[in-house]
Ligand binder design. Structure first.
Ligand SMILES: NC(=O)c1ccc[n+]([C@@H]2O[C@H](COP(=O)([O-])OP(=O)(O)OC[C@H]3O[C@@H](n4cnc5c(N)ncnc54)[C@H](O)[C@@H]3O)[C@@H](O)[C@H]2O)c1
Length: 425
């Protein structure tokens, strides 16, 4: 196999600062758009953010329609519903106001309204056909209200393929929002449970990207357009990921404990976007791959503090539950990186031996899980050992992610990782 010697940094266009949401009408005006579909998280309808966006669009005389039929953790059906509304509405631009669920739904609506196709066409292989998005989409401005998925910076839209009980996604640089508007006023109403789960998603994004298979150990693509955005750890993404870990370690406990702590919430939004730029140019690996069947097969678990009427494991929670077992497994491939990540998260590694790197990092992750009231392993969200073969079977098709593990994985490795993740402390 000829390995790649090249990596690409693809920047994201973001604006950061308290109050900047009110500028959105002027941004749309500058884009010379005529009619905008505003996808709004239904939980935010009566909150100040909805009013700020509406007023700003009205002031600039932008013709818009609000669509709020967003599913928390969207599905193929909810993506397709939004896409049908987008196609019928004659929109030339999109605004997403919400967490990852809303921003990802807007990306899918924009994609299928711009480049109509059978739904599976752009969905990641092997679950979908994995065909490339043919070209640029219409403008999309994303306003995140969680901290967060970093979806305002990435070219990824994640959804639950209901029939297959598996999460998967669509990935293309063309899906990246035209602009992300990141405003700490917009997370003031975030319930602590959502802040915890989405904050631990930030931790995992940064950690997985920093420890991913390096870009120069991946096969060389036949052309630059075939080089994946999830290209492996590289020197530029490393910088973003380490800084995101430092910010997360310092500010997540504060943002969780006190939603009125403006400095903490503001820095968590920064950490989320910074991690998004890092992982969007490197990729995530096993915790995300393993989280998809955990989220897809859940039965009988409803997270405290989430306003949902169905069983679910929130995304950040589903990811972090396997992170301790994964880092113990991957540490041998690059112990120094695992120790460096633990230090960025605030662990004292001055006397740590490289052979302990996995345990040191796992302990640090568990430290944050306990502080954020996370469940103690997969058993606490309803899974038993008898379901492990199904969880493994649901992880194996996530090849885009599993192949970025720095240590090779196969069925028996995944079985052990799920077993170790049943109970964490
Ligand atoms: N595209 C990407 O790059 C990417 C990356 C990671 C995760 N994701 C996906 O994003 C989704 C998860 O997104 P999320 O963690 O941002 O949460 P979310 O969008 O699912 O929202 C979670 C809950 O929080 C509520 N909420 C959101 N913002 C709020 C606020 N400011 N005040 C009060 N309530 C608020 C919502 O109404 C909802 O009930 C998953 O589907 C996940 O797979 C996407």
């Amino acid at each position: 196999m000829q390995t790649d010697k090249v990596f690409q940094m693809s920047a994201s266009n973001i604006r950061f600062g308290e109050g900047c949401t009110s500028e959105i009408g002027m941004d749309l005006r500058a884009l010379d758009v005529r009619r905008t579909m505003v996808l709004l998280d239904p939980g935010l309808k009566s909150l100040p953010i909805a009013e700020v966006v509406r007023d700003s669009l009205k002031q600039q005389q932008i013709d818009f329609e609000i669509f709020d039929e967003i599913s928390v953790e969207p599905t193929d059906a909810s993506f397709q519903h939004a896409a049908a509304v987008a196609a019928a509405g004659g929109f030339d631009s999109f605004v997403a106001v919400g967490g990852g669920s809303t921003i990802d739904t807007a990306k899918a609506a924009n994609l299928y309204a711009t480049w109509p196709a059978e739904f599976r066409r752009y969905v990641n292989a092997p679950i979908g056909d994995g065909q490339p998005v043919p070209g640029p989409l219409k403008p999309l401005i994303a306003v995140p209200t969680t901290a967060g998925t970093g979806s305002e910076t990435t070219g990824v839209a994640v959804f639950d393929f209901t029939a297959q009980k598996a999460k998967t996604g669509i990935a293309s640089r063309y899906l990246k929002p035209t602009l992300g508007i990141i405003d700490s006023n917009n997370t003031r109403s975030l319930p602590p449970a959502v802040a915890a789960s989405s904050g631990l998603d930030v931790l995992s994004h940064a950690l997985e990207s920093y420890t991913a298979l390096p870009f120069d150990q991946r096969p060389k693509p036949a052309s630059p357009s075939l080089r994946p955005a999830y290209q492996g750890a590289n020197p530029i993404s490393d910088l973003w990921c380490l800084h995101a870990l430092e910010l997360m370690g310092e500010y997540l406990p504060r943002a969780f404990a006190d939603p009125s702590d403006d400095e903490a919430r503001s820095n968590m939004l920064l950490a989320s976007a910074i991690a998004g730029i890092g992982f969007g140019n490197a990729g995530v690996h096993l915790p995300h791959a393993m989280s998809y069947p955990v989220a897809g097969m859940v039965k009988g678990f409803r997270p405290k503090g989430f306003d949902v009427d169905h069983d679910m494991v929130p995304h950040g929670m589903s990811v972090i539950l396997s992170t301790p077992a994964v880092v113990r497994f991957t540490a041998a491939s690059c112990p120094q990186r695992h120790l460096r990540a633990a230090a960025a998260l605030g662990a004292d590694v001055s006397n740590a031996n490289p052979s302990d790197a996995g345990n040191v990092l796992a302990d640090r992750v568990i430290h944050f899980m306990k502080r954020m009231d996370m469940p103690n392993g997969l058993a606490a969200v309803g899974y038993t050992a008898t379901q492990i073969p199904d969880l493994v079977a649901g992880t194996l098709p996530q090849q885009r992610l599993t192949k970025l593990s720095p240590s090779p994985v196969h069925e028996s490795v995944l079985t052990s990782l799920f077993q170790e993740s049943l109970k964490l402390w």
